[in-house]
Design a protein around this ligand. Sequence first.
Ligand SMILES: C[S@@+](CC[C@H](N)C(=O)[O-])C[C@H]1O[C@@H](n2cnc3c(N)ncnc32)[C@H](O)[C@@H]1O
Length: 238
Amino acid sequence: MTGDMQAFFEVHRGLLREGPGLPEDVHWALAQIKPPARVLDAACGPGADTATLAEALPQARIEAVEMVPHFVTEARERTAGFGDRIMVLEADMLSMSGPYDLIWCAGAVYFAGIARALGAWRKALSPGGYVAFSEPVLEPGASKAARRFWDGEGQVSSEAQVLSQVQAAGYRVLETRRIVGAAWEAYYTPMQAHIDALRAANLADAVAQACDQAEAEMSNWRAARDEVAYLLILARCE
Ligand SMILES: C[S@@+](CC[C@H](N)C(=O)[O-])C[C@H]1O[C@@H](n2cnc3c(N)ncnc32)[C@H](O)[C@@H]1O
């Protein structure tokens, strides 16, 4: 791992979650489908949503996968109280075979792209199984501040483009929900507290730079907080 990556992970350690989201988002998806018996939390990060899924689905068997080892450890610690119906694996979310009745994926489909991720999950879903995933969105008429937030993140699609990619992958979109405001607070507030603690200690230069970058991101988010959004999509394989 490069020094920059190590510094990045110093900032991204011990957080509640690694992207925007709230338990209500998980509950919103579950409220619309038959209770799933087998669930995958794909790219679970430190396991906040895995724990919410486990609480909401006391009968379900849940697998959570993540490729960063220390997130795997954190997710295992967070979900240890649920016993052996929860399994957290260090694995590639695209190589899981299931079958799953629901694949939940908060803020990670964009690593692979919608076509590739939904294509890989087609064979991992049980007949009639669901996916629920959140994806960054940016509308063509977005403010300069909102565009600045996503600068450097590659191409961010509009809501209409995201939905057409889901349909092109052979899925029917059932419902959508915009993730703005409080869900981002849930990500950034613990991160700011962690940065404050790191700064109070004697920081290596690389870690100080990673803190600066994270704080610049938060400041850009504050400047457009009602506009910066993920779209949560509930879809079914056709
Ligand atoms: C933005 S974070 C979101 C984590 C978590 N879902 C959450 O909301 O806290 C994205 C995560 O996806 C993981 N990831 C990306 N590609 C992956 C893959 N192919 N398999 C497993 N994990 C992956 C990253 O390691 C990272 O932890």
